[in-house]
Each structure stands twice: as C-alpha cells, then as structure tokens.
Design a protein around this ligand. Sequence first.
Ligand code: ACM
Length: 241
Amino acid sequence: MRVGFYQYKPVFGKVSKNLKKVVSVLSNIEADLIVLPELAFTGYYFRDRKEVLQHAEDPTKSSSIDSLIALCREKKFYLVSGFTEKRKDKCFNSSVLIGPEGLIHLYRKLHLFNTEKNCFDEGDTPLQVNTVMDCKIGMMICFDWVFAEVSRNLALQGADIICHPSNLVLSYCQQTMLTRSLENRVFSITANRTGLEKRPHGELKFTGKSQIVAPNGDLLYRAASQRENIYIMDIDPSNAR
Ligand code: ACM
C-alpha cells in the first residue's frame, strides 16, 4: 500500500486558495492513502468561534469536500484531512476520511488544545476504524496524541494505520508517536503543517517534521521542520497485525 502525507503551509482564511494548491499537488502523485494536516484549508489560529464560523463548512454541503471526492475518484486514492466543520450553530475541529465512494467517516477532535477551547465545540463522535483497500484506518487529531487511550482505543478496534492530521506547535509529539506505534503495534502517519501564522492576537510557529512510523516503533521517514514536502512510501499493513 502506498501511503504518505503532504506537509505544507496553509494561508489563514484562504480556503479556495489552499484547496487549489492541495488539489494541484495531489493531482501529480500516485498513492493509495494520503494524510493532510489539521484544519487543512482554513489555517489554525482563530480568534474566536465567530471567526471559525466565517470560514467553516458543513461537510454535507461543502464544495471543498466535493472537490476532494472528485480528486479521489480521478486518482483512485483515499484522503484523510483535517477539516474546519460547521454544523448549524456548532463548530468542530474535524477529520474526514474520503475516497472514490465519497465521505466515509468524520471524526471530531476530542481533546482541544489550549485556546482551541474558545473556538470549537468538544468532539462528540466516537473513535472509529474503517476498512478501505483491506486496511483498517483510524483517525485522531493532533493533541489527541497526548492521551495514550486514543491510540489504544483505535488499536483495540483493529487499526492498521492511525492517520493523524496535526498542527503541532510543541516539539514532543513526533518522538512520542514512535511509542504510540510500538505500544499498539500500528503504523502511524502524522501530517503536520509548517510555517508561521501571524494573526492580530498573536503568532504561532508550527513544527513540521511530519512522519511515518512502523508498528515496531521504527521511524520510516520524517520531513524537515520548515519545508513543504509531499512524501509517499510503500508499507505492508499486515505488519500491524
Ligand atoms: C494541536 O492540537 N493542534 C496542538
């Protein structure tokens, strides 16, 4: 199975620009499963809920999701992507699993990090594993990594690969994910973003170093901190069983 990630720097608030860039890069690759960062099309550092609601989309009526599904059909691959979700008056930091057949699963981040609590509702969807291409895929989002129970829950459901869209600002996660993979015997793909996001209320620098880890804890590949990078490699999901 050819799996990978796209590490890049979304421009805050420019959803169609970011989407266009992702679609253009992914149009040129051959893969089975690609993981994109957390909040992949809006950027991360929202001021408040009001600002989230200005940029978020309802995935059932989203032109972004529709174009990603069209891309999956054309390329015959699957995508896991962070997604800024609006549902009525609620907003969630979500992740979607999308394929040629459409939107397969949506997960809403359980463990909101720091000021995210002022911007998003707490996740209300259970952790879940879905089978695509005979491979069991689980999703968790960024700060979920801190809580060992999240990876364990996905592993107990039989996950072969934990897909982990992220916008990491601290430096501990990448090393910890080696242990999450080892203690649960799963592959993990952490897709982080790069770059500095400057907003009127402050700025954040993201740590990059997106990575793919084997079920024995081996680091199979790690990107640089501040360089955009699309990376794809062959793995054998049965090594996670
Ligand atoms: C994070 O959960 N975005 C650090």
